[in-house]
Design a protein around this ligand. Structure first.
Ligand code: FAD
Length: 457
């Protein structure tokens, strides 16, 4: 029977679901799968993006772990595609590759002053609080008043982590230095800015409602933002999700807060709608000093336009949560504008000519762009795998398809790769670190230490 030797680059949910779907699919050939990731731990953004105080979502890791633990997928962690292993190497040893490399960087935001000291990307902050090994361990939480730009779930995650008291995060897996950093934060006011209205937000009701349950944090919304236009009224009447969001926001309008006097919490989380950032003002040292926003209103084509009315709020830090952006991979086509690998339903194509690149596939955020929930990566993977199965005639013909070839190559290049047993060792080590403190786990963040523990050195 023919055998498909498949390399998957990226052990986030997209890569793991793709492996699982292929192994369970009806097909006329055998399969062996090697899963590569440049991190020594699998699960991508489920481990390094999903907020630590969302244990139910983090729990998706259990389902992903079951796939890996079945034993029919080999893992090669701490292996960087493009450096430790190249496309030419994969062509020598596999019939095809699926890229599932996701996104880890912030999209840019073109606002004067966004380069000020104290202006950050949400993705960097998320990587810090989630203990990503490749990001600095120190985070200067030194501002009383902070702005978060964006109206998606990542903006709410960042605002919530900034506003929440560190002790309320202590039961989670946050690394010790993150707890210490948040504990020392002088923050009192977190301002979230969205360009559009409450009926056009991108966040989900559950994430919004959660903000109202934070201990010692007042929710502040502003009455002038709720003067709905016809399109907003129609959205609230016809879309259940928007209706619930409106209901939650309306309930906060009734609550005592600094906005309508009477709030007693030591911290406040303000939601500003119809507010487009137009400038980040700097102090004499080039540090963030204030944000200037322009009031917007709906235009006639479903977007917004400026009204010319400006407002300035003093802040000491700003976080832009305006989306993630994929990174290019050596020798693999890349669409610089959208930050994705150009593809047709997962079959990679050359940028410009749209010509198929045989043997090369994409799935997950690097295929579709950085939007959508973990569950979406499953339907994504189904589509990609369907093409991979049907494309048998155009797979590569590797010169050495043996199981040992890739192991010899990594050993020759002195790559300290980690495998499934290594991941189990690291996993158990983290759980043991948490046990004395009645925490589910404490994450190891230093890459060398992760590798040492994994390799039992
Ligand atoms: C802050 C944040 C919070 C989120 N919260 C939720 C939530 O609550 N619920 C929900 O459903 N979804 C949430 N999501 C979305 C979810 O994380 C994504 O839908 C999902 O992780 C995308 O999966 P992926 O496998 O495509 O990418 P990723 O999860 O990014 O995985 C990509 C993998 O590829 C690896 N990789 C990258 N480059 C290389 C390379 N050169 N060589 C080798 N390996 C490489 C990475 O290390 C990573 O492990 C959140 C996302 C973010 C950013």
């Amino acid at each position: 029977m023919t055998k498909l030797r498949l390399a998957i680059v990226g052990a986030g949910p997209a890569g793991i679901y793709a492996a699982d779907i292929l192994l369970k699919a009806e097909r006329k050939f055998d399969v062996s799968i090697d899963l590569f990731d440049h991190l020594p731990a699998p699960y991508g953004l489920v481990r390094y993006g999903v907020a630590p105080d969302h244990p139910r979502i983090k729990g998706i890791i259990n389902a992903l772990r079951d796939v890996l633990d079945r034993g029919d997928i080999r893992i090669f962690g701490n292996v960087r595609f493009g450096i430790d292993v190249t496309l030419a190497d994969l062509k020598k040893h596999y019939n095809a590759v699926i890229f599932a490399t996701g996104a880890i960087k912030d999209a840019d935001l073109d606002v004067p002053g966004i380069d000020a000291e104290g202006s950050y990307g949400a993705a960097d902050f998320v990587s810090w609080y989630d203990g990503h090994p490749d990001f600095p361990r120190e985070w200067p939480l030194d501002a009383a008043s902070v702005a978060v730009l964006g109206n998606g779930n990542v903006a709410l995650d960042v605002a919530r982590v900034l506003a929440k008291h560190a002790d309320d995060l202590l039961s989670t897996e946050i690394p010790a230095n993150v707890y210490e950093g948040l504990k020392a934060s002088p923050v009192t006011d977190v301002h979230v800015f969205g360009r559009r209205g409450p009926a056009q937000v991108k966040f989900t009701p559950l994430e919004l409602r959660e903000l109202g349950e934070l201990r010692d944090v007042d929710m502040v919304v502003y009455d002038e933002d709720f003067d709905y236009d016809e399109a907003s009224k129609a959205a609230i009447a016809s879309n259940k999700q928007v209706m619930v969001i409106d209901r939650v926001l309306q309930s906060w309008r009734q609550r005592p807060s600094v906005n309508n006097v009477g709030g007693e919490a030591s911290r406040r989380l303000h939601l500003h709608f119809w507010a487009r950032p137009v400038e980040i003002k700097k102090d004499a040292d080039g540090r963030v000093a204030a944000i200037v926003t322009e009031r917007t209103r709906p235009n006639n084509s479903g977007g917004v336009e400026g009204t010319g009315e400006l407002r300035e709020i003093a802040i000491g830090q700003v976080y832009r949560a305006v989306g993630y952006f994929g990174s290019p991979l050596p020798d693999v086509p890349f669409d610089k504008r959208h930050g994705v690998i150009p593809n047709h339903e997962g079959q990679v194509v050359e940028k410009g000519s749209n010509e198929r690149v045989p043997g090369v596939y994409a799935t997950g955020w690097i295929k579709r762009g950085p939007v959508g929930l973990i569950g979406h990566t499953k339907s994504d993977a189904m589509e990609t795998i369907r093409h991979l199965i049907n494309d048998q005639a155009s797979w590569w013909t590797p010169e050495d398809p043996s199981d040992e070839a890739i192991i010899s190559l990594l050993a020759e290049r002195q790559v300290a790769w980690t495998d499934l047993d290594g991941w189990h060792r690291l996993d158990q080590h983290e759980v043991a670190l948490g046990a004395p403190h009645e925490r589910e786990r404490v994450k190891v963040v230093d890459r060398d230490e992760m590798v040492r523990v994994s390799r039992g050195e």
